[in-house]
Design a protein around this ligand. Structure first.
Ligand SMILES: *Cc1c(COP(=O)(O)O)cnc(C)c1O
Length: 475
């Protein structure tokens, strides 16, 4: 198995090199050259089996033999031990034909843990094998940073630097990052917005000298490995609900289009999926793109589902590449249009291809609050605001299109967003036991001005990757 770039100008890479590279050198995103195939019998066989078994079966073909099967299975077991629910990704029924798939039982209460808990040990393993250290840099608007810190904290080959916008994330989200005590983790409160943090990271990746000097690695969802790991719960949940004999539709609260793209991959791997429903908040670029055939950037709006407050859905590039018949030249043209004119039109053929599999529905702030209240009343279920966007989209999809069993992905635990829940449903969700005491712990973070050279100076002064290659120094 090799991994190719959506821009068609980067050499294909095997799994571990792709994992460490993150972004392809031509600016594109990696995709597998072919999708592993699963038969109906194999899929039916996942029903009633432990999550780790399905994870091994689904993921091993992607590794191309670069990691020994027993080693990888041990990584899966270790990752699963961090989850607080034995089913790892349990289903909860809210109506006769409506289920939620709870993806928030990991250590940091959002679905980001699924990918990060495997990405970290795999990167560590690959770097050890090569005798290298790496510097992990990431910007976070909430959930990615905590998941990365929890997963990479204490590992020997990496130093982690997470930038978050000072004063612009929830207290639970901030404390999950700043109370972690690991010598290789550095949390930076940037005096700026999330966009400033993201721009700073991109500038560092665009600086070839710095990139090589610090051996920079990225952990956001442009890293295909993260998306691959997320295909597993589509298989396990669909099989539990009767796949392959009964097709299931998935409704996915969407920001960067990473999670729902994992669903599309599962479908390409043989899983019968009815519809893939994009659930958007007021930042509805994808809903507009599907309706109008034109992908146009607009200013980001702050909502009660902040992890979806995203302007550019980076991973949509992967779907476009597939819809354009894997034409890297065409993708270069579209992305150039995005850079220069802040938008592009999707050609009629590719647009039809995308519409054949995806629907998109938007939930306003009011509709999100109503969904929280409604399912609290009707089913005794407390959904977080991101999941509520999904629940709202699910009822619209059902009204307009009818159809099969719906599974809404519950992407975060309600306790991560207590203020939003309280104002919609009048109850304050409590933190799960393993996070009790979060508000009493000491915080530790560096406040930096929004100044690129200061940020870089800080990272260079603390990264052990700098001139530290090939030294096996343990923490
Ligand atoms: C990251 C995130 C999303 C968006 O997922 P994408 O893969 O970026 O589409 C939705 N909900 C929550 C809670 C998240 O943390």
């Amino acid at each position: 198995m090799k991994y190719i770039s959506t821009r068609g100008e980067a050499p294909p890479l095997p799994f571990l090199a792709m994992l460490l590279a993150g972004l392809a050198p031509d600016g594109g995103l990696y995709l597998p050259d072919t999708y592993p195939q699963f038969t109906r019998d194999m899929i039916a066989g996942f029903a009633g089996r432990p999550y780790s078994e399905a994870a091994g079966a689904v993921l091993l073909p992607f590794l191309g033999g670069e990691i020994g099967t027993p080693v990888f299975r041990r990584m899966i077991e270790a990752a699963n031990k961090k989850f607080r629910h034995k089913a790892i990704a349990p289903l909860v029924q809210l109506d006769s034909d409506l289920f939620v798939l709870e993806l928030f039982h990991g250590p940091t209460l959002a679905f980001k843990d699924f990918a990060m808990q495997l990405l970290a040990p795999l990167m560590d393993h690959a770097l050890k094998t090569r005798g290298e250290r790496a510097t992990i840099i990431g910007a976070t608007s909430g959930d990615t940073g905590a998941a990365a810190i929890e997963a990479f904290g204490g590992l020997s080959q990496t130093d982690v630097f997470i930038l978050f916008p000072h004063g612009r994330i929830s207290e639970v989200q901030r404390r999950q990052m700043t109370t972690a005590r690991f010598p290789n983790v550095h949390t930076i409160a940037l005096q700026g917005t999330f966009d400033d943090a993201q721009t700073s990271i991109k500038t560092m990746f665009g600086n070839n000298v710095l990139r090589a000097e610090l051996n920079l690695c990225g952990v956001n969802s442009i890293n295909l490995a993260r998306i691959i790991f997320q295909t597993v719960y589509y298989f396990t949940s669909a099989a539990a609900l009767g796949a392959p004999h009964r097709p299931v539709s998935f409704v996915v609260p969407t920001g960067n289009f990473g999670n729902i793209f994992a669903g599309w991959m599962a479908k390409r791997m043989g899983l019968p999926i009815g519809r893939l429903v994009i659930a958007a908040n007021s930042n509805d670029i994808l809903a507009r793109a599907l309706a109008e055939g034109s992908y146009e950037l607009q200013p980001v709006r702050a909502t009660q589902s902040p992890s979806m407050d995203i302007q550019i859905s980076s991973n949509f590039e992967r779907q476009l590449f597939e819809a354009y018949g894997r034409d890297g030249r065409a993708l270069c043209g579209l992305m150039e249009g995005l850079r220069q004119a802040k938008g592009f039109r999707i050609a009629p053929g590719p647009l039809e291809t995308i519409r054949a599999e995806f629907d998109a529905f938007r939930a306003t702030e009011e509709e999100t609050s109503q969904a929280i209240l409604r399912y609290r009343r009707e089913a005794g279920y407390l959904a977080d605001p991101h999941t509520a966007v999904g629940l709202s989209a699910a009822s619209k999809a059902k009204e307009q299109k009818g159809g099969s069993i719906q599974v809404v992905l519950a992407t975060a635990h309600p306790a991560k967003f207590p203020a939003a829940i309280e104002s919609s449903a009048g109850v304050r969700p409590s933190l799960p036991p393993h996070l009790e005491g979060l508000f009493e712990k000491d915080e530790n973070y560096e406040v930096l001005p929004n100044d690129q050279s200061e940020i870089e100076r800080f990272i260079r002064s603390r990264s052990r990757a700098l001139n530290g290659r090939n030294q096996a120094v343990a923490l």
